[in-house]
Write a protein that binds this ligand. Structure first.
Ligand code: CTP
Length: 404
């Protein structure tokens, strides 16, 4: 993470213990973290736990009511933080925020500040589904200052299975990273973004296929970054870890495919409505010429595999592209990455291409990190230093914004 100062407001719910993981991960990544515990949060976890993880004393309402020689604490904290995270957001705190109440340090800090606020609700399903809670939740989302993560469905601490589970720490951390980059701006609001992700599989029978090592992490990071910037996202993805897809499925649309032919069909179906299309998928170049419906026994396997080409999806989208649409390709390369990427950009008629080295350590296929050179058809080149795939995604959307 590149920045800097995050304030965490911890509410009184059992998910408070999971927020400790968020605090710990932020502090370990070099971010300065301060935390406020409500009195109810102090019933679930202790200020000492949070103080130790923050490497800084955690604040409670006792601090708020202390006479001070300096400026009031809620003003200081409000001015200090770049991003405020409220997790778990309880029904009680949600109601206070929706109606502008300020009766403790957490709610006073909200009103005495202007930074973006990320809300991570967590409560029992019946509480979450109450008309009053839903009304407060809808109302608070009218205010662009508030961003949301979760809640998701699953087994709750009260043994119920349903909606109300707090988003998992990695998802909260990803959203914080986005907010530190965007400062809460939703510059893709109203835009439709179509993304392809993962490695296609070209089967020769129900079990065996020709594939590649792509895990889809880059495409998921692009989808998350686009959603955090306010876009409406459609993700067309090859087989990948279901938890990665879930993080997109909550707000966007995720379409699962297996082969290049299926990806081709799904991309063509959605392309005309998209403002920005990014082909980050590692699509096969060839497929077995014959497919057996039944699993082939070992001794019936061919000794040589006849292959035939699959359609070049990006090149076809390049031909269909309208002037208002932006189309971006990826070029996974070894050695000299720029020359072949420029050639692909011209041949496939795309607006920009991401030249992506796959022979560097800790970047490319399967890694959480990546590095690249962005190239556009106006001759711009931008080198992106190694960093997380989410950071690279935000740099790419910044780059796309400036395409002619
Ligand atoms: N691509 C595609 N359809 C294919 C193959 C690739 O849409 N059948 C897209 C990829 O998603 C990527 C871009 O084209 O955005 C470049 O892919 P790459 O495999 O690097 O290029 P190829 O044209 O296949 O060239 P080569 O394999 O010779 O490097």
């Amino acid at each position: 993470m590149t920045s800097n100062r995050v304030l965490i407001g911890i509410g009184g719910g059992i998910a408070a213990y999971k927020v400790c993981e968020v605090v710990s991960a932020l502090a370990k990544s070099g971010i300065e973290v301060r935390a406020i515990l409500t009195d109810a949060a102090g019933e679930f976890i202790t200020p000492l736990t949070v103080t130790t993880l923050c490497r800084h004393p955690a604040y409670t309402d006792k601090d708020f009511w202390q006479p001070t020689h300096g400026r009031p604490l809620h003003i200081e904290l409000g001015e200090w933080a770049e991003v405020f995270v409220i997790a778990p957001l309880t029904a009680n705190t949600l109601a206070k925020l929706a109606h502008g109440f300020a009766d403790n340090l957490l709610t006073n800090t909200v009103l005495a500040s202007t930074m973006p606020i990320l809300l991570a609700p967590a409560m029992n399903t019946d509480m979450w589904e109450q008309m009053t809670v839903q009304r407060n939740w809808q109302q608070i989302q009218q205010d662009p200052r508030y961003h949301r993560v979760g809640p998701s469905s699953g087994i709750l601490a009260c043994d119920r299975i349903g909606k109300g589970r707090m988003a998992e720490p990695p998802e909260i951390l990803t959203h914080i990273q986005s907010l530190l980059h965007t400062k809460g701006q939703r510059d893709l609001s109203g835009k439709r973004v179509l993304i392809s992700a993962g490695g296609t599989r070209e089967h020769l029978d129900p079990v065996r296929f020709i594939g590649n090592p792509s895990t889809g992490k880059m495409g998921i990071a692009l989808a998350q970054a686009a959603m955090h910037r306010g876009a409406q996202v459609t993700l067309v993805h090859a087989p990948m870890d279901g938890r990665l897809v879930e993080s997109v499925g909550e707000i966007g649309r995720a379409i699962a495919i297996t082969s290049a032919a299926e990806m081709h069909q799904a991309m063509l179906e959605h392309f005309s409505q998209a403002d920005i299309t990014i082909m980050s998928a590692a699509v096969a170049d060839v497929k077995p010429a014959n497919y057996s419906q039944e699993k082939l026994p070992k001794n019936s396997l061919p000794t040589a595999l006849p292959l035939e080409p699959v359609p070049d999806i990006l090149a076809e989208l390049g031909r269909l592209k309208q002037p208002h649409q932006r189309l971006i390709g990826f070029a996974a390369q070894t050695g000299d990455i720029v020359t072949p990427a420029l050639e692909k950009m011209r041949r496939k008629k795309v607006d920009a291409i991401v030249a992506n080295p796959i022979d560097k350590s800790d970047s490319g296929f399967g890694s959480d990190n990546n590095q690249a050179i962005f190239l556009d058809n106006q001759g711009r080149q931008l080198e992106i230093q190694p960093g997380s795939k989410l950071e690279m995604s935000h740099h790419l959307f910044d780059f796309i914004k400036n395409l002619e």
